[in-house]
Design a protein around this ligand. Structure first.
Ligand code: ADP
Length: 458
């Protein structure tokens, strides 16, 4: 049987069987080493009693006397000096004894067969029904000496115990097997369930039911598996949403490029209009190019661990340079910039950090009406804090929790004209987290937005 269930049942049954055999062997060894001598002494005492009783009150009828004794469940073997033997009681399985032993007993010695004999590991000497496994002693009657070998008839004395003992062993074994079958089934059931669940997961079905109420390792495994299937489902949903968002973001500029280029090619468009259409085509191409750059940045931020290369640099200088770069845009829109940039050092990836300031500041410029102001200040102490505040359109409360999500735009119709992809802030968040910092946002509709970034100072 190749299943785990079959293997467990066979292994556990084998364990029960081997334990029983080992238990039997140990009991046997214990008998042979500790109980055998005690047993022989007990039989010797009975033997002496039998002999003394007769010798103190000799009736002359030795055979009649031994017949009575044999009726009390003893096996007796009597040999006279001529070698004639008589058996009283049940016969021995092996009725052999050497003439030398008989002679020794006739000469007045005793025979200690119970301790003298060697038995194998699988034979309990206690039960061995042989003449050799007996106690021998001399007995005198009518002036003659006899050799008497005596052994309690275990079969008769303890026959029921024997059966009970066997039944006990058999019942223990059978009941163990039944419990093993039930227990193993219980043990293997959640593993089977998990196997089915894995198959379902492989087929793309994330709606999985596994019993995770158990408090053992299998319960833990099931709970972790359930968690994993939930994460996989979320990941799959995110992937699908991401792909559809990307396709959508690519589709709209492509459609307008297609439309305007067709219009130009079909002719009948004035030079002025043609110029306008070409400008839109250029703008949309730039949008596509920016989108692919942003996607690449996100992908590399997620994947490459060695992308992040921190150095110690002047943060105030970096921001000042970016402000110079964005100055024409601000001037064009009539937005004032109010910087407060004391000398500050930051230990982070300089290249990535400049992306953060560009994204945040271009957003502020984008979402601030002419005449507005953008405040930017840097503070250093235990941490380095950068705050960028604008007096722009603000973000409604329900949008605040989502602005860091990919492709999220608060107002889709308005953003369309602002050429945003909704990826800028998710890139900012990734970079800030990579740098060991955090980002918080406060905003009020029609009043403005404030981003506060905190980095550990080194
Ligand atoms: P986008 O490329 O569209 O600007 P972002 O991820 O940078 O994408 O921003 C997501 C959305 O958050 C924007 O579409 C905009 O609605 C809102 N937002 C970001 N910064 C500001 C800001 N300074 N003022 C108002 N709204 C903002």
């Amino acid at each position: 049987m190749k299943s785990l269930y079959g293997r467990l049942v066979i292994t556990l049954a084998a364990i029960v069987l081997v334990s029983s055999v080992l238990g039997f062997i140990i009991a046997n060894i214990y008998y042979q080493q500790n109980v055998r001598e005690y047993n022989e002494k007990k039989i010797a005492r009975i033997g002496y009693e039998i002999v003394n009783l007769y010798e103190e009150n000799p009736t002359g009828d030795l055979h009649g006397y031994f017949t009575h004794i044999a009726n009390m469940h003893f096996q007796l073997y009597l040999v006279d000096s001529q070698g004639n033997a008589t058996l009283f009681g049940a016969p021995f399985r092996e009725q052999e004894i050497s003439p030398e032993i008989v002679q020794k007993v006739l000469d007045g010695e005793i025979y200690r067969g119970i301790t003298a004999e060697k038995y194998g590991l699988f034979i309990t000497g206690f039960f061995t029904n042989t003449l050799k496994n007996s106690f021998g002693l001399p007995i005198h009657s009518n002036g003659e000496t006899y050799a008497l070998f005596i052994r309690p008839n275990i079969e008769q004395q303890f026959g029921e115990v024997h059966i009970l003992f066997g039944l006990l062993l058999l019942a223990t074994f059978l009941i163990s097997i039944i419990f093993i079958l039930i227990y193993t089934r219980q043990l293997v059931k959640p593993i089977k369930e998990l196997t089915n669940a894995t198959q379902q997961l492989a087929e793309g079905n994330y709606d999985i039911h596994v019993d995770s109420n158990r408090r053992d390792e299998i319960g833990n495994l099931s709970a972790n598996f359930k968690q994993m299937s939930i994460s996989l489902r979320q990941l799959d949903e995110m992937r699908q949403e991401f792909v559809s968002n990307v396709s959508h973001e690519i589709q709209s500029p492509l459609t307008s490029i297609q439309g305007f280029s067709q219009a130009i090619r079909s002719g009948g468009v004035t030079d002025e209009l043609q110029e306008q259409y070409l400008a839109i085509i250029e703008e949309e191409s730039k949008r596509l190019s920016l989108l692919s750059k942003q996607l690449l940045t996100l992908a590399s931020l997620e994947k490459e661990t060695n992308l992040y290369e921190p150095t110690l640099f002047r943060l105030d200088e970096q921001i000042r340079l970016i402000l110079v770069m964005l100055e024409p845009q601000c001037r064009k829109k009539g937005i004032e910039i109010d910087p407060d940039l004391p000398e500050t050092y930051l230990y982070a990836d300089k290249q990535l950090l400049s992306q953060v300031w560009i994204n945040l500041l271009t957003n502020s410029i984008k979402f601030t009406e002419p005449g507005g102001t953008i405040y930017i200040n840097v503070r250093s102490g235990k941490d380095v804090t950068v705050t960028i505040t604008d007096t722009g359109i603000g973000i409604a409360e329900e949008g605040l929790t989502q602005i860091f999500e990919r492709f999220y735009k608060v107002d889709k119709s308005r953003s369309r004209t602002n050429e945003g992809s909704g990826l800028g802030l998710s890139i900012v968040k990734e970079i800030v987290q990579r740098s060991g910092g955090r980002i918080e946002v406060n905003s009020k509709l029609e009043e403005g937005t404030s981003f506060q970034l905190t980095f550990p100072s080194k």
